[in-house]
Design a protein around this ligand. Structure first.
Ligand SMILES: C[S@@+](CC[C@H](N)C(=O)[O-])C[C@H]1O[C@@H](n2cnc3c(N)ncnc32)[C@H](O)[C@@H]1O
Length: 242
């Protein structure tokens, strides 16, 4: 059973009972009211009830991102790939001074996310945009340039992986100095370095493309952090804007 009673069951995931047990133990001791809070559980349950795929972020990652926003005193965060709004709810519910812009291409996912945000009482601080991120990002960039929204202090890229670099390239231009950007699903159970995968799988090719381009980009510094937990063996690319 997972930490919050909603196990990740997709066959693609690599899981070990000890990884799940460590998440359960640590979350249960480290201010357990937050990962088990009603609004987060409701978002996961309602998303599953409404048929959304089993690909939401997991509690430890959501909490980690929310704490990044707190440590950096972020005023405006961006998420690309809303799904049911789980991470947006983590970010906004843990950071009362934060506004979030989140982008989702699938109308059903966006509708369920809006239900979850309404239930959490966060709809006034989470601006949920419907459309392909490649279309929405230039509109957001214009709003930021016009001073209608603050520059970004945090961003989480978690949508179609083939566009990872196209998203990151645009997002960097909307960030303040010192902003932190995470790109998810970079390691993918080690597929990142498995030639049989990256030659054929566009998700893995997208992960390699963004890692290699960040390494050549003088606007940023980057590192990949491999992760295990109740959901999977994976990892995030962390980028800091200079
Ligand atoms: C892994 S899920 C996101 C999980 C979410 N970030 C969370 O923390 O629970 C990926 C989402 O990205 C959305 N997506 C895929 N392609 C997209 C695109 N081109 N623009 C915006 N969203 C996209 C999918 O519909 C899906 O809901």
């Amino acid at each position: 059973m997972s930490v919050n009673g909603l196990a990740f069951t997709d066959a693609q995931y690599t899981q070990q009972s000890v990884w799940t047990a460590v998440d359960a133990y640590t979350l249960s001791h480290l201010h357990p009211s937050t990962p088990n809070s009603e609004v987060l559980l409701h978002a996961l349950k309602n998303s599953r009830d409404k048929g959304l795929p089993d690909i939401a972020s997991y509690p430890v990652l959501g909490k980690f991102f929310a704490m990044q926003c707190r440590a950096l005193r972020v005023k405006h965060a961006l998420e690309i790939g809303t799904l049911g709004g789980y991470t947006s709810i983590w970010l906004a519910s843990e950071n009362p001074g934060l506004s979030v812009t989140t982008i989702e291409v699938n109308p059903h996912h966006r509708e369920v996310a809006q239900q979850n945000l309404d239930h959490a009482g966060l709809a006034d601080r989470v601006d949920s945009r419907l459309g392909p991120a490649l279309n929405i990002l230039p509109l957001l960039a214009k709003q930021i340039a016009a001073g209608e929204k603050p520059r970004l202090g945090f961003a989480y890229i978690d949508a179609d992986k083939k566009n990872n670099w196209a998203y990151l390239d645009q997002v960097i231009g909307m960030c303040e100095a010192g902003a932190v950007i995470f790109v998810d699903n970079i390691v993918a159970r080690g597929a990142l370095v498995d030639e049989a995968c990256f030659a054929t799988d566009e998700m893995v090719a997208g992960a390699r493309h963004v890692v290699e381009n960040v390494g050549k980009d003088n606007r940023v510094e980057g590192v990949v952090l491999q992760t295990v937990g109740e959901k999977d063996y994976d990892g995030v690319l962390m980028v800091v804007v200079k």
